[in-house]
Ligand binder design. Structure first.
Ligand code: FAD
Ligand code: NAP
Length: 346
Protein backbone atom coordinates (compact mmCIF):
# COMPACT_ATOMS: atom_id res chain seq x y z
CA UNK A 1 0.00 0.00 0.00
CA UNK A 2 3.02 2.33 -0.10
CA UNK A 3 2.14 3.90 -3.44
CA UNK A 4 -0.92 5.52 -1.84
CA UNK A 5 1.50 7.48 0.32
CA UNK A 6 3.41 8.79 -2.68
CA UNK A 7 0.42 9.75 -4.80
CA UNK A 8 -0.92 13.31 -4.68
CA UNK A 9 -3.73 13.65 -2.15
CA UNK A 10 -2.55 10.55 -0.35
CA UNK A 11 -3.74 10.10 3.23
CA UNK A 12 -1.26 9.70 6.06
CA UNK A 13 -0.63 6.00 6.74
CA UNK A 14 0.33 4.64 10.16
CA UNK A 15 0.98 0.91 10.29
CA UNK A 16 -0.07 -0.95 13.45
CA UNK A 17 -1.79 2.04 15.02
CA UNK A 18 -3.22 1.59 18.54
CA UNK A 19 -6.89 2.67 18.69
CA UNK A 20 -7.55 2.45 22.44
CA UNK A 21 -8.25 6.18 22.42
CA UNK A 22 -10.38 6.04 19.30
CA UNK A 23 -13.02 3.66 20.62
CA UNK A 24 -15.12 4.75 23.59
CA UNK A 25 -15.16 1.25 25.10
CA UNK A 26 -11.40 1.80 25.50
CA UNK A 27 -10.56 -1.64 24.13
CA UNK A 28 -6.93 -2.34 23.18
CA UNK A 29 -7.12 -2.43 19.39
CA UNK A 30 -4.44 -2.46 16.71
CA UNK A 31 -5.23 -1.28 13.17
CA UNK A 32 -2.90 -2.96 10.70
CA UNK A 33 -3.00 0.00 8.27
CA UNK A 34 -4.59 3.21 9.58
CA UNK A 35 -5.24 5.98 7.03
CA UNK A 36 -6.14 9.47 8.21
CA UNK A 37 -8.67 10.83 5.72
CA UNK A 38 -8.56 14.63 5.78
CA UNK A 39 -10.03 15.32 2.30
CA UNK A 40 -12.58 13.51 0.13
CA UNK A 41 -10.10 13.54 -2.80
CA UNK A 42 -7.90 11.07 -0.91
CA UNK A 43 -10.55 8.37 -1.06
CA UNK A 44 -10.75 7.22 -4.74
CA UNK A 45 -7.04 6.34 -5.08
CA UNK A 46 -6.98 4.61 -1.73
CA UNK A 47 -10.13 2.59 -2.42
CA UNK A 48 -8.73 1.62 -5.84
CA UNK A 49 -5.69 0.09 -4.16
CA UNK A 50 -7.76 -1.56 -1.46
CA UNK A 51 -9.92 -3.16 -4.18
CA UNK A 52 -6.89 -4.28 -6.24
CA UNK A 53 -5.28 -5.86 -3.20
CA UNK A 54 -8.60 -7.30 -1.94
CA UNK A 55 -7.94 -5.90 1.51
CA UNK A 56 -10.61 -5.85 4.21
CA UNK A 57 -11.50 -2.26 5.15
CA UNK A 58 -13.81 -0.16 7.27
CA UNK A 59 -14.42 3.48 8.25
CA UNK A 60 -14.00 4.70 11.79
CA UNK A 61 -15.36 8.02 13.08
CA UNK A 62 -15.01 8.70 16.80
CA UNK A 63 -15.43 5.01 17.69
CA UNK A 64 -18.42 5.67 19.99
CA UNK A 65 -20.77 3.15 18.40
CA UNK A 66 -18.47 0.24 17.59
CA UNK A 67 -17.26 -2.96 19.19
CA UNK A 68 -13.74 -3.51 17.92
CA UNK A 69 -11.68 -6.72 18.00
CA UNK A 70 -8.02 -6.78 19.12
CA UNK A 71 -6.79 -6.65 15.51
CA UNK A 72 -8.33 -4.77 12.62
CA UNK A 73 -6.75 -6.37 9.55
CA UNK A 74 -6.28 -4.47 6.27
CA UNK A 75 -7.21 -0.80 6.02
CA UNK A 76 -8.96 1.36 8.61
CA UNK A 77 -10.02 4.77 7.29
CA UNK A 78 -10.00 7.30 10.14
CA UNK A 79 -12.57 9.90 9.11
CA UNK A 80 -11.09 13.34 9.83
CA UNK A 81 -12.54 15.54 7.03
CA UNK A 82 -13.00 19.05 8.53
CA UNK A 83 -15.07 22.10 7.60
CA UNK A 84 -18.50 23.61 8.06
CA UNK A 85 -20.20 26.49 6.27
CA UNK A 86 -23.63 28.02 5.86
CA UNK A 87 -24.15 27.73 2.11
CA UNK A 88 -27.60 29.28 1.89
CA UNK A 89 -30.00 31.12 4.16
CA UNK A 90 -33.46 32.54 3.50
CA UNK A 91 -36.57 33.28 5.54
CA UNK A 92 -37.52 29.61 5.79
CA UNK A 93 -34.31 27.57 6.12
CA UNK A 94 -30.55 27.61 6.44
CA UNK A 95 -28.44 25.07 4.55
CA UNK A 96 -25.18 24.03 6.20
CA UNK A 97 -22.59 21.65 4.77
CA UNK A 98 -20.29 19.89 7.21
CA UNK A 99 -17.26 17.62 6.79
CA UNK A 100 -17.76 14.05 7.95
CA UNK A 101 -14.90 14.28 10.46
CA UNK A 102 -16.27 17.27 12.39
CA UNK A 103 -17.14 16.52 16.01
CA UNK A 104 -20.94 16.25 16.35
CA UNK A 105 -21.31 18.15 19.63
CA UNK A 106 -19.01 20.97 18.46
CA UNK A 107 -21.17 21.28 15.35
CA UNK A 108 -24.38 21.43 17.44
CA UNK A 109 -22.82 24.11 19.68
CA UNK A 110 -21.77 26.11 16.62
CA UNK A 111 -25.29 26.04 15.11
CA UNK A 112 -26.63 27.49 18.35
CA UNK A 113 -23.96 30.23 18.32
CA UNK A 114 -25.05 30.98 14.74
CA UNK A 115 -28.66 31.48 15.98
CA UNK A 116 -29.80 28.37 14.09
CA UNK A 117 -31.75 26.38 16.68
CA UNK A 118 -33.06 22.86 16.14
CA UNK A 119 -30.29 20.44 17.09
CA UNK A 120 -30.21 21.25 20.82
CA UNK A 121 -31.89 17.98 21.91
CA UNK A 122 -29.03 16.14 20.19
CA UNK A 123 -26.30 17.93 22.16
CA UNK A 124 -23.44 15.99 23.75
CA UNK A 125 -23.86 12.87 21.60
CA UNK A 126 -20.28 11.68 21.02
CA UNK A 127 -18.81 11.03 17.59
CA UNK A 128 -18.55 12.62 14.18
CA UNK A 129 -20.98 14.33 11.83
CA UNK A 130 -20.33 11.64 9.19
CA UNK A 131 -21.50 8.88 11.54
CA UNK A 132 -24.65 10.68 12.68
CA UNK A 133 -26.74 9.55 9.66
CA UNK A 134 -25.50 5.94 9.92
CA UNK A 135 -27.80 5.05 12.80
CA UNK A 136 -29.90 8.23 12.47
CA UNK A 137 -28.82 9.40 15.91
CA UNK A 138 -31.61 10.44 18.20
CA UNK A 139 -32.28 11.72 21.70
CA UNK A 140 -35.16 13.32 23.63
CA UNK A 141 -37.64 13.02 20.78
CA UNK A 142 -35.41 14.44 18.02
CA UNK A 143 -33.46 12.57 15.35
CA UNK A 144 -30.86 13.78 12.89
CA UNK A 145 -32.91 12.70 9.86
CA UNK A 146 -35.29 15.59 10.66
CA UNK A 147 -32.50 18.00 9.70
CA UNK A 148 -30.69 16.26 6.82
CA UNK A 149 -31.01 17.65 3.31
CA UNK A 150 -28.54 15.42 1.44
CA UNK A 151 -25.31 13.50 1.84
CA UNK A 152 -22.13 13.47 -0.22
CA UNK A 153 -20.45 10.10 -0.32
CA UNK A 154 -17.99 7.93 -2.22
CA UNK A 155 -19.82 4.97 -3.74
CA UNK A 156 -17.50 1.97 -3.43
CA UNK A 157 -19.48 0.04 -6.06
CA UNK A 158 -19.28 2.61 -8.87
CA UNK A 159 -16.06 4.25 -7.55
CA UNK A 160 -17.61 7.70 -7.94
CA UNK A 161 -18.80 10.48 -5.67
CA UNK A 162 -22.57 10.81 -5.34
CA UNK A 163 -25.00 13.22 -3.71
CA UNK A 164 -27.76 11.27 -1.99
CA UNK A 165 -31.02 13.07 -1.30
CA UNK A 166 -32.53 12.41 2.10
CA UNK A 167 -35.13 10.00 0.64
CA UNK A 168 -32.34 7.70 -0.61
CA UNK A 169 -30.98 7.30 2.93
CA UNK A 170 -34.01 5.25 4.13
CA UNK A 171 -33.90 6.68 7.62
CA UNK A 172 -35.83 4.83 10.31
CA UNK A 173 -35.64 4.53 14.11
CA UNK A 174 -31.86 4.36 14.79
CA UNK A 175 -31.43 2.94 11.31
CA UNK A 176 -30.60 3.88 7.70
CA UNK A 177 -29.56 2.43 4.34
CA UNK A 178 -25.95 2.97 5.47
CA UNK A 179 -26.35 0.89 8.62
CA UNK A 180 -27.95 -1.91 6.61
CA UNK A 181 -25.28 -1.77 3.85
CA UNK A 182 -22.08 -0.89 5.71
CA UNK A 183 -19.61 -1.26 2.83
CA UNK A 184 -21.39 0.69 0.12
CA UNK A 185 -20.84 4.40 0.90
CA UNK A 186 -18.10 6.39 2.59
CA UNK A 187 -19.81 9.58 3.79
CA UNK A 188 -17.68 12.67 3.21
CA UNK A 189 -20.04 15.60 3.82
CA UNK A 190 -23.51 16.09 5.27
CA UNK A 191 -25.82 18.93 4.17
CA UNK A 192 -28.25 20.02 6.89
CA UNK A 193 -31.44 21.98 6.36
CA UNK A 194 -32.35 23.87 9.52
CA UNK A 195 -35.85 25.36 9.48
CA UNK A 196 -36.01 28.95 10.77
CA UNK A 197 -39.32 28.25 12.52
CA UNK A 198 -38.46 26.73 15.89
CA UNK A 199 -40.44 25.01 18.61
CA UNK A 200 -38.91 23.45 21.73
CA UNK A 201 -39.23 19.67 22.09
CA UNK A 202 -39.92 19.05 25.74
CA UNK A 203 -41.92 15.81 25.74
CA UNK A 204 -39.29 13.69 27.53
CA UNK A 205 -39.82 13.73 31.30
CA UNK A 206 -36.19 14.55 32.17
CA UNK A 207 -36.32 17.69 30.00
CA UNK A 208 -39.89 18.68 30.90
CA UNK A 209 -38.98 18.52 34.61
CA UNK A 210 -36.33 21.22 34.13
CA UNK A 211 -38.92 23.74 32.95
CA UNK A 212 -42.02 22.66 34.88
CA UNK A 213 -41.82 25.54 37.37
CA UNK A 214 -42.58 28.19 34.75
CA UNK A 215 -45.04 28.73 31.90
CA UNK A 216 -42.45 30.71 29.93
CA UNK A 217 -41.19 29.04 26.74
CA UNK A 218 -37.57 28.00 27.38
CA UNK A 219 -34.86 29.39 25.12
CA UNK A 220 -32.70 27.25 22.86
CA UNK A 221 -29.70 27.94 25.07
CA UNK A 222 -31.63 26.78 28.16
CA UNK A 223 -32.63 23.52 26.49
CA UNK A 224 -29.10 22.95 25.20
CA UNK A 225 -27.72 23.48 28.72
CA UNK A 226 -30.41 21.24 30.26
CA UNK A 227 -29.65 18.41 27.81
CA UNK A 228 -25.90 18.70 28.52
CA UNK A 229 -26.47 18.71 32.29
CA UNK A 230 -28.89 15.75 32.29
CA UNK A 231 -26.62 13.69 30.07
CA UNK A 232 -23.52 14.49 32.12
CA UNK A 233 -25.27 13.37 35.30
CA UNK A 234 -26.96 10.27 33.91
CA UNK A 235 -24.53 8.75 31.42
CA UNK A 236 -21.03 7.45 32.06
CA UNK A 237 -18.26 9.61 30.56
CA UNK A 238 -16.29 7.32 28.22
CA UNK A 239 -13.08 9.08 29.32
CA UNK A 240 -13.72 7.73 32.81
CA UNK A 241 -15.50 4.43 32.12
CA UNK A 242 -15.57 2.77 28.70
CA UNK A 243 -18.97 2.43 27.02
CA UNK A 244 -20.81 2.90 23.72
CA UNK A 245 -23.99 4.52 25.04
CA UNK A 246 -27.13 2.39 24.76
CA UNK A 247 -26.04 -1.15 24.02
CA UNK A 248 -29.44 -2.43 22.89
CA UNK A 249 -32.18 -0.86 20.81
CA UNK A 250 -35.59 -0.39 22.35
CA UNK A 251 -37.68 -3.26 20.94
CA UNK A 252 -40.77 -2.25 18.98
CA UNK A 253 -43.49 -4.90 19.30
CA UNK A 254 -47.02 -5.32 17.93
CA UNK A 255 -49.86 -3.98 20.13
CA UNK A 256 -51.11 -7.54 20.69
CA UNK A 257 -47.79 -8.68 22.20
CA UNK A 258 -47.61 -5.47 24.23
CA UNK A 259 -51.13 -6.07 25.58
CA UNK A 260 -50.24 -9.63 26.62
CA UNK A 261 -47.07 -8.45 28.35
CA UNK A 262 -48.89 -5.64 30.14
CA UNK A 263 -51.39 -8.09 31.64
CA UNK A 264 -48.48 -10.04 33.12
CA UNK A 265 -46.29 -7.02 33.98
CA UNK A 266 -48.49 -3.99 34.75
CA UNK A 267 -45.39 -1.85 35.50
CA UNK A 268 -44.00 -2.42 31.99
CA UNK A 269 -42.47 0.85 30.66
CA UNK A 270 -43.40 1.58 27.06
CA UNK A 271 -44.22 4.41 24.64
CA UNK A 272 -46.52 4.77 21.63
CA UNK A 273 -44.91 4.10 18.26
CA UNK A 274 -46.27 3.89 14.70
CA UNK A 275 -49.82 2.58 14.35
CA UNK A 276 -50.25 -0.92 15.76
CA UNK A 277 -46.82 -0.94 17.44
CA UNK A 278 -45.41 -0.10 20.86
CA UNK A 279 -41.84 0.79 21.92
CA UNK A 280 -40.67 -1.03 25.06
CA UNK A 281 -37.95 0.52 27.24
CA UNK A 282 -35.11 -2.00 26.90
CA UNK A 283 -33.41 -0.54 29.99
CA UNK A 284 -36.45 -1.40 32.10
CA UNK A 285 -36.54 -5.02 30.84
CA UNK A 286 -32.82 -5.46 31.63
CA UNK A 287 -33.17 -3.83 35.04
CA UNK A 288 -36.12 -6.09 35.94
CA UNK A 289 -34.03 -9.13 35.06
CA UNK A 290 -31.57 -8.04 37.77
CA UNK A 291 -28.64 -6.97 35.61
CA UNK A 292 -28.29 -3.32 36.67
CA UNK A 293 -24.87 -2.77 38.28
CA UNK A 294 -23.83 -6.39 37.63
CA UNK A 295 -20.15 -7.07 37.01
CA UNK A 296 -18.93 -9.88 34.77
CA UNK A 297 -15.12 -9.86 35.10
CA UNK A 298 -13.75 -6.68 33.50
CA UNK A 299 -17.11 -5.63 32.03
CA UNK A 300 -20.54 -4.93 33.44
CA UNK A 301 -23.89 -3.16 33.35
CA UNK A 302 -23.81 0.51 34.37
CA UNK A 303 -25.25 1.05 37.84
CA UNK A 304 -27.39 4.09 36.88
CA UNK A 305 -28.68 2.95 33.49
CA UNK A 306 -29.14 -0.74 32.65
CA UNK A 307 -29.07 -0.05 28.89
CA UNK A 308 -25.39 0.89 29.03
CA UNK A 309 -22.73 -1.85 29.16
CA UNK A 310 -19.35 -0.75 30.45
CA UNK A 311 -15.70 -1.72 30.34
CA UNK A 312 -14.21 -1.35 33.81
CA UNK A 313 -10.63 -1.70 32.62
CA UNK A 314 -9.09 -4.34 30.43
CA UNK A 315 -12.23 -5.85 28.91
CA UNK A 316 -12.44 -7.02 25.31
CA UNK A 317 -15.07 -7.35 22.60
CA UNK A 318 -15.52 -11.01 23.60
CA UNK A 319 -16.21 -10.03 27.22
CA UNK A 320 -18.84 -7.46 26.22
CA UNK A 321 -20.51 -9.75 23.68
CA UNK A 322 -20.57 -12.59 26.25
CA UNK A 323 -22.35 -10.35 28.76
CA UNK A 324 -24.69 -9.08 26.04
CA UNK A 325 -25.66 -12.65 25.16
CA UNK A 326 -26.55 -13.52 28.74
CA UNK A 327 -28.74 -10.38 28.92
CA UNK A 328 -30.42 -11.19 25.59
CA UNK A 329 -31.06 -14.80 26.68
CA UNK A 330 -32.60 -13.79 30.02
CA UNK A 331 -34.82 -11.04 28.55
CA UNK A 332 -36.05 -13.44 25.85
CA UNK A 333 -36.72 -16.16 28.44
CA UNK A 334 -38.69 -13.84 30.76
CA UNK A 335 -40.43 -11.47 28.33
CA UNK A 336 -40.24 -13.29 24.99
CA UNK A 337 -38.60 -10.20 23.49
CA UNK A 338 -35.41 -10.22 21.40
CA UNK A 339 -32.99 -7.38 22.19
CA UNK A 340 -30.89 -6.24 19.21
CA UNK A 341 -27.38 -4.90 19.74
CA UNK A 342 -27.09 -1.25 18.67
CA UNK A 343 -23.32 -0.66 18.18
CA UNK A 344 -21.65 -1.96 15.03
CA UNK A 345 -19.61 -5.12 15.58
CA UNK A 346 -16.40 -5.16 13.49
P1 FAD B 1 -18.18 5.25 14.93
O1 FAD B 1 -18.49 4.56 16.20
O2 FAD B 1 -16.76 5.49 14.61
O3 FAD B 1 -18.85 4.45 13.73
C1 FAD B 1 -20.18 3.99 13.81
C2 FAD B 1 -20.53 3.31 12.49
O4 FAD B 1 -20.59 4.28 11.47
C3 FAD B 1 -19.49 2.30 12.04
O5 FAD B 1 -20.16 1.24 11.38
C4 FAD B 1 -18.64 3.06 11.03
O6 FAD B 1 -18.06 2.24 10.05
C5 FAD B 1 -19.68 3.97 10.41
N1 FAD B 1 -19.14 5.24 9.95
C6 FAD B 1 -18.61 6.22 10.72
N2 FAD B 1 -18.27 7.28 9.94
C7 FAD B 1 -18.57 6.94 8.67
C8 FAD B 1 -18.46 7.60 7.42
N3 FAD B 1 -17.96 8.85 7.33
N4 FAD B 1 -18.85 6.94 6.29
C9 FAD B 1 -19.36 5.68 6.38
N5 FAD B 1 -19.50 5.01 7.53
C10 FAD B 1 -19.12 5.63 8.66
N6 FAD B 1 -26.39 7.56 19.80
C11 FAD B 1 -27.62 8.09 19.61
O7 FAD B 1 -28.26 7.85 18.59
N7 FAD B 1 -28.18 8.89 20.57
C12 FAD B 1 -27.56 9.19 21.72
O8 FAD B 1 -28.10 9.92 22.53
C13 FAD B 1 -26.27 8.63 21.94
N8 FAD B 1 -25.61 8.84 23.11
C14 FAD B 1 -24.40 8.26 23.33
C15 FAD B 1 -23.77 8.47 24.56
C16 FAD B 1 -22.53 7.89 24.83
C17 FAD B 1 -21.87 8.14 26.16
C18 FAD B 1 -21.91 7.11 23.83
C19 FAD B 1 -20.56 6.52 24.08
C20 FAD B 1 -22.53 6.87 22.61
C21 FAD B 1 -23.78 7.45 22.35
N9 FAD B 1 -24.47 7.23 21.14
C22 FAD B 1 -25.70 7.79 20.94
C23 FAD B 1 -23.86 6.40 20.08
C24 FAD B 1 -22.87 7.18 19.18
O9 FAD B 1 -22.40 8.33 19.83
C25 FAD B 1 -23.48 7.60 17.85
O10 FAD B 1 -23.96 6.49 17.15
C26 FAD B 1 -22.48 8.35 16.96
O11 FAD B 1 -23.12 8.86 15.82
C27 FAD B 1 -21.29 7.49 16.51
O12 FAD B 1 -20.34 8.35 15.93
P2 FAD B 1 -18.84 7.92 15.73
O13 FAD B 1 -18.18 8.97 14.89
O14 FAD B 1 -18.21 7.64 17.02
O15 FAD B 1 -19.02 6.60 14.86
P1 NAP C 1 -34.85 8.19 29.30
O1 NAP C 1 -35.19 9.60 29.04
O2 NAP C 1 -34.65 7.74 30.72
O3 NAP C 1 -35.92 7.26 28.60
C1 NAP C 1 -35.80 5.84 28.68
C2 NAP C 1 -36.29 5.25 27.38
O4 NAP C 1 -37.65 5.55 27.23
C3 NAP C 1 -35.55 5.85 26.20
O5 NAP C 1 -34.91 4.81 25.54
C4 NAP C 1 -36.59 6.56 25.36
O6 NAP C 1 -36.66 6.12 24.01
C5 NAP C 1 -37.92 6.19 26.00
N1 NAP C 1 -38.71 7.42 26.26
C6 NAP C 1 -38.67 8.23 27.34
N2 NAP C 1 -39.59 9.21 27.24
C7 NAP C 1 -40.18 9.05 26.05
C8 NAP C 1 -41.21 9.76 25.38
N3 NAP C 1 -41.79 10.85 25.91
N4 NAP C 1 -41.58 9.32 24.15
C9 NAP C 1 -41.00 8.25 23.60
N5 NAP C 1 -40.02 7.53 24.20
C10 NAP C 1 -39.63 7.92 25.42
O7 NAP C 1 -33.52 7.79 28.46
P2 NAP C 1 -31.99 8.06 28.75
O8 NAP C 1 -31.29 6.78 28.83
O9 NAP C 1 -31.82 9.08 29.83
O10 NAP C 1 -31.57 8.76 27.37
C11 NAP C 1 -32.10 10.03 27.03
C12 NAP C 1 -32.18 10.16 25.52
O11 NAP C 1 -30.87 10.06 24.98
C13 NAP C 1 -33.01 9.06 24.86
O12 NAP C 1 -33.71 9.61 23.77
C14 NAP C 1 -31.97 8.07 24.37
O13 NAP C 1 -32.34 7.40 23.18
C15 NAP C 1 -30.77 8.96 24.10
N6 NAP C 1 -29.53 8.21 24.33
C16 NAP C 1 -29.16 7.33 23.38
C17 NAP C 1 -27.99 6.61 23.53
C18 NAP C 1 -27.52 5.68 22.44
O14 NAP C 1 -26.40 5.24 22.50
N7 NAP C 1 -28.32 5.38 21.45
C19 NAP C 1 -27.22 6.76 24.67
C20 NAP C 1 -27.66 7.64 25.64
C21 NAP C 1 -28.82 8.37 25.48
P3 NAP C 1 -35.68 6.59 22.83
O15 NAP C 1 -34.37 5.92 23.13
O16 NAP C 1 -36.36 6.09 21.61
O17 NAP C 1 -35.57 8.09 22.88
Amino acid sequence: MNSAQNAPNSPKLTPNMGLKHRNTFGFEVCAELAYEITAAEQIPGLMQQIAEQKLPWRVLGGGSNVILPKLLPGATLLMNIPGQEITQSDESNALITVGAGVNWHEFVSWTIEQQLPGLENLALIPGTVGAAPIQNIGAYGAEVADFIDSIEAFDTVTHAFVTLPKEACRFAYRDSYFKQNPHRFILTKVAFKIPKAWEPRLQYADIAKQFSATDAKPTVQQIFTAVCNIRSQKLPDPKVIGNAGSFFQNPIVPDQQYGDLLKQYPQLVSYPDQAGMRKLAAGWLIDQCGFKGLRAGPVGVYQNQALVLVNHGDGTAEDILGLAKSIQDKVREVYGVQLEIEPNIF
